[in-house]
Design a protein around this ligand. Structure first.
Ligand code: ATP
Length: 603
């Protein structure tokens, strides 16, 4: 409000100074108005900067608060919803969507301040000069519905762009995380095609937004000059003699309007429209279901996992992934889950972790859980940090875990042992090494229940045997261990085996019992062997095929600084014709704008 008063008072003081003679003002009064003009300009500068500083501060706080909200939410999402939310979407929410708040806060007050200011200027012109002086302002008001319509269009385009950006960022993330595989199989061209096609769709919406922006800018430029022109013409054609003070004061009022009504007001509408899309996207993300942790029910005699006739599905569109499953694993037991590929073993582990919500049945987890996922996950840091995962270092325990997970030999081979950095610009580990570090992280954590999802698949037979005997059978002997495996040779040592088929338990009990209860178990054994043979053959064939392709595909690589021709090709990427038109239009429009200003001063 104070800024408002400072800005509006300036043309009034200018008017008073210009009409000294007509109003027979004394010299001291002229000094007073002159000083007030300087003071109001100075106060305006100070207050405006203070206002912007506070708004930026506020928008920064809101952005940080929302970032941490999204971050915390992403940690609480259950797996079902994580699969709906690609990493790309979260990255887009954190970067693109939240950045809309910065602009929104800077401009939001113009939504009410600009029309109010226009209204006050309308009254001032009416009182101070002539009713005709107000005519041009009506042009500003006439354009408000058009600007609101454009705001709506901005919001539509923003939503479409955001969806396409999500897709593109997700694809790029996947390409980056799997770049080694892509390069190994020489799939670069296919992925370049995918990326280009998604990028093209994204650019289509960005282009529409840019056209709208250009149209709005053209409107705004026309509006400010057109309003002044209309006002002056009406004044002359109604028989008045044009005086310089009249033009000067009207122009300074219209300059204020030009800033607020033709720049800040439409920007405010555009930013609100874009931010409302971002708010909806963030809201949708925050409303995703979270992992629900059941309270430990102490009535169970022993710590462990108890599932009673549970059914669960990943999405309502598919049939039950798991149906009518009763499962029990208690402290001191090694419980093994076996079954063909896709039979629901990992899904069962996800039910225990509360990642997959139950459709039916009861679940009771007594004790805390440590989990080693089927796909090893490592973060950028040392191997030691990956194993400790924030837990305090206990040297003896750490040594033991490294031993039982058969990592000692690997540490000897690595340049800095367990202090070697993995991930970005660090060393690249083999699949087996990653799997064992993943297992070591789970084992190092002190828990009652250990859920180990197929940790023995990525290692060779002798290391697998060592892991099973030393880690699972010996080190974790007093714990409740739930092991998912395809390695049927280890089943003899299991206390209970659950045989899964199509999401149902078709047999459970000890090894002898399972072996005698039907032919499924024997068939499973044979299938596993067949599958492994086929998959090896397929991998070999694929490799040969790719080696053939590799002969035709050469990778280009350059060194040194970026050559000038790269900048030129960037500038001309829209085509010679479009690029030349842009340059010519820029020169012409700038000359016209400067010409208008020159003509105004001459006139
Ligand atoms: N995150 C997920 N979102 C949606 N569906 C899933 C998800 N994880 C698994 N499924 C589906 O659930 C079914 C069972 O898969 P699951 O991974 O549990 O099998 P599995 O027995 O562990 O297989 P494998 O031996 O290959 O690990 C499959 O049809 C799979 O497509």
């Amino acid at each position: 409000m104070k800024i408002f008063l400072c800005r509006l008072s300036q043309p009034i003081f200018i008017w008073k100074l210009l009409t000294i003679k007509e109003n027979n003002l004394r010299e001291t009064e002229a000094y007073v108005y002159g000083s007030l003009l300087v003071i109001s300009s100075f106060a305006n500068a100070i207050l405006y900067n203070w206002y912007i500083f506070n708004l930026r501060n506020l928008s920064m706080k809101v952005r940080i608060a929302c970032s941490s909200l999204i971050y915390r939410k992403s940690l609480k999402l259950n797996k079902n919803n994580i699969s709906k939310t690609a990493t790309g979407q979260i990255v887009n929410l954190l970067s693109n969507d939240l950045s809309r708040f910065d602009k929104l806060f800077l401009q939001i007050h113009y939504l009410w301040a600009a029309p109010l200011e226009a209204l006050i200027i309308l009254c001032l012109l009416y009182v101070m000069l002539d009713p005709k002086g107000t005519l041009g302002i009506s042009l500003f008001f006439a354009f408000i519905p058009i600007q609101l319509y454009m705001g709506k269009k901005y919001s539509d385009f923003r939503l479409e762009t955001a969806i396409k950006t999500d897709e593109r960022v997700r694809l790029i993330n996947e390409i980056l995380s799997g770049i080694q595989v892509i390069k190994m199989y020489t799939w670069e061209k296919i992925f370049i095609k995918f990326t280009n096609s998604i990028r093209k769709q994204e650019i289509r919406y960005i282009r529409k937004t840019s056209y709208l922006k250009a149209l709005q800018n053209a409107f705004n430029k026309f509006l400010s000059k057109g309003a002044l022109f209309l006002c002056v013409m009406v004044y002359i054609f109604t028989g008045n003699r044009l005086q310089s003070q009249y033009v000067f004061v009207i122009k300074s009022f219209y300059n204020l309007l030009q800033n607020n009504m033709t720049t800040n007001f439409p920007e405010a509408i555009k930013n609100i429209a874009e931010a409302s899309v971002s708010v909806k996207r963030i809201e949708q993300f925050l409303l995703y279901n979270e992992i629900k942790h059941n309270k430990i029910q102490e009535m169970q005699p022993k710590k462990g996992v108890y599932l009673e006739k549970i059914s669960a599905r990943w999405s309502s569109a598919v049939s039950d992934t798991l149906s009518e499953i009763s499962f029990e694993a208690t402290l001191g037991q090694l419980v093994t889950i076996v079954g063909t590929v896709g039979s629901g073993k990992t899904s069962l582990i996800n039910v225990i972790l509360h990642e997959l919500p139950l459709a039916k049945g009861r679940i009771n987890i007594a004790g805390n859980i440590s989990y080693a996922s089927q796909e090893p996950w490592l973060f950028g840091g040392t191997i030691k940090q990956n194993i400790l995962f924030g837990q305090p270092l206990d040297d003896v325990k750490y040594e033991e875990v490294v031993n039982v997970c058969a990592l000692n030999h690997d540490f000897e081979l690595l340049p800095y042992g367990d202090n070697s950095i993995v991930g970005d610009r660090g060393i690249t580990l083999s699949g087996g090494q990653k799997a064992r570090i993943n297992l070591a992280r789970a084992v190092y954590r002190n828990a009652d229940i250990y859920l180990l999802d197929d940790p023995l698949s990525a290692v060779d037979a002798s290391v697998g045997k060592q892991l099973f005997n030393e880690c699972i059978l010996n080190y974790l002997k007093n714990k409740c261990v739930v092991l998912v495996t395809h390695q049927l040779q280890y089943l003899k040592k299991s206390d209970i085996i659950y045989l899964l088929k199509n999401g149902k338990i078709i047999a459970s009990g000890n090894y002898e019992h399972i072996r005698n209860c039907g032919e499924d178990f024997a068939r499973l054994l044979n299938k596993e062997v067949e599958y492994e043979d086929n998959s090896t053959d397929n991998a070999m064939n694929q490799k040969l095929l790719n080696q053939k392709e590799e002969k035709q595909f050469y990778e280009n690589r350059s060194f040194g600084t970026i050559p000038l021709k790269v900048y030129f090709s960037y500038l001309l990427s829209g085509g010679w014709c479009a690029s030349s038109v842009i340059v010519i239009m820029f020169i012409v429009s700038q000359s016209l704008l400067s010409g208008v200003d020159y003509f105004e001063s001459y006139w």
